[in-house]
Design a protein around this ligand. Structure first.
Ligand code: TYD
Ligand code: MG
Length: 458
């Protein structure tokens, strides 16, 4: 009989090690290795070692049947969700929804399953975290307890698959969460990389075989990576993150991988006492609490996917008593802030040494766009000099290390959205085409950051 071998697997990135070490070679995480049985995982994944090999046949690309276009999808009717998935869940695909514990993943999926069930889709919601009574309580709170959704509370994968095979074939299966599942063929604890990977593999195979859409829920750790399930990201067809600050009521659903659609779309929701509500006009919401004409407050005309979104960027520059002044950022990249500060110092002669700098994107949204540079620079200068900028202005544009301002994609779309919300002036790089200037906004174009800073000081 073969000797049982165990390996040590990093729970952060899935790298295997022959013996325990303190720091993972793969991702550099400390103390993330867990001993797991090598045979279990391999067996469940690869099937019996001595299976009979069957010759696979290659076929000509052009000889393949025409794929039904558009793809067969299950649209939930929840616009903010369908936009992120690219028009609905694709049949026979697997999708991972990741997010912090308590952010609202189960709430969202309960609402989605109820919405689909109302449209006569056959839906099964399997909870490994909550008892049936708890699921029912939540459904009552959401006002969907009468929806024809089948509910099960189960964690053993073989039992779950047996449940799914038995009875009519479901259109959509939700597994909440992947960390609670365990397969009897794998002798590692639930939530470990080996278990999560083996369970995901079997579930994905089920989806491909039967044509059901499967949604896997995964919790993330504090550093933003899906612990354990991170390995699942490579296996599924689409990955959505449910983000937001738990102290705020906004939640953003963001696509990070999608084999059947674009990945830069977001869906915005508001968490209320009776579940998640769609937010059709996020700009109005993100600007709702703005105190006009505060020093250091600037409105950025951003773009998320195909949709323009206006958000307030706040900066606070205050004298520091520390040897190394503080730089703190919420909702933006701290390296990007360091770059904007350096360009302001080196090219425009604005000094931030001896000052603490705090930057925040209001409303708990996270911005990834370089086009926010210009709004950040304006907010920093305004806060440093105690200047209140006119409230009817929006800023957007990328700043290069030379101090040059570059335009951002879809400038016209951004400006039209700003005009719709009552803004009057856009500060950005010159537009490429003259005719684009007809957006309803006054265009105040700068090619260099120096000229903007001089303009602000005047
Ligand atoms: P939940 O969906 O359980 O989070 P996850 O599955 O991501 O762990 O969300 C739980 C939080 O949502 C909890 O803090 C309470 C809040 N909540 C509301 O504010 N309103 C509601 O209607 C519901 C159902 C939950
Ligand atoms: Mg949950």
């Amino acid at each position: 009989m073969a000797k049982r071998r165990s390996t040590f697997i990093c729970q952060n990135c899935g790298t295997e090690h022959p013996r325990w070490i303190g720091k993972c070679d793969g991702c550099g995480a400390w103390n993330s290795l867990v001993e797991e049985s090598a045979s279990g995982g391999g067996g469940a994944l690869g099937g019996p070692a001595k299976s009979k090999a069957v010759k696979g046949r290659a076929v000509g690309l052009s000889s393949l049947d025409h794929v039904e276009e558009p793809l067969p999808r299950l649209a939930s009717g929840i616009t903010e969700l369908d936009r992120v998935t690219g028009g609905g869940f694709v049949r026979g695909s697997a999708l991972l929804v990741g997010g912090d514990p308590g952010i609202g993943k189960s709430t969202l999926l309960m609402q989605v399953t109820a919405a689909l069930a109302q449209k006569n889709a056959r839906v099964i919601y399997i909870s490994g975290e909550e008892a049936l009574g708890q699921v029912r309580l939540r459904a009552e709170r959401l006002g969907v307890s009468q929806a024809p959704v089948a509910i099960a509370s189960e964690t053993n994968l073989e039992d779950i698959l047996a449940t799914l095979e038995d009875g009519p074939q479901p259109d959509l299966v939700v597994l909440d969460s992947i960390q609670t599942l365990w397969s009897a063929g794998v002798d590692s604890a639930p939530g470990t990389v080996t278990q999560v990977r083996a369970c995901a593999q079997q579930v994905i195979r089920y989806a491909k075989r039967t044509g059901a859409s499967v949604i896997l829920v995964g919790h993330v750790t504090k550093d933003g990576q899906i612990a354990g399930p991170r390995v699942v990201e490579h296996m599924v067809d689409a990955v959505l993150y449910f983000e937001g600050d738990r102290t705020h009521h906004f939640r953003v659903l963001r696509g990070v991988k999608n084999r059947f659609g674009a990945t830069d779309e977001i869906g915005v929701f508001e968490m209320t006492g009776s579940g998640l509500q769609e937010v059709q006009n996020p700009s109005e919401l993100f600007l709702g609490d703005r105190l006009v004409e505060t020093p250091g407050s600037v409105v950025f005309a951003g773009l998320e996917g195909t949709r323009p979104i206006l958000v307030e960027i706040q900066a606070l520059v205050a004298p520091s008593s520390l040897g190394t002044p503080r730089r703190a950022v919420v909702g933006w990249d701290s390296n990007r802030l360091a770059m904007v500060l350096a360009v302001l110092e080196a090219r425009c002669g604005v000094r931030f040494s001896g000052h603490d700098v705090y930057l925040a994107v209001a409303g708990g949204l996270r911005l990834n766009e370089p086009a926010a540079d210009l709004a950040v620079a304006a907010a920093l200068v305004a806060s440093l000099t105690g200047l209140s900028l006119p409230s009817k202005q929006v800023y957007f544009g990328e700043i290069g290390l030379s101090g040059a301002i570059r335009s951002a994609p879809q400038a016209v779309l951004r400006m039209k959205e700003a005009a719709r919300l009552g803004f009057e002036e856009a500060i950005t790089a010159p537009l490429a085409k003259e005719r684009d200037a007809k957006t309803g906004l006054r265009l105040n174009a700068h090619t260099r950051l120096e000229s903007l800073v001089t303009d602000l000081a005047a």
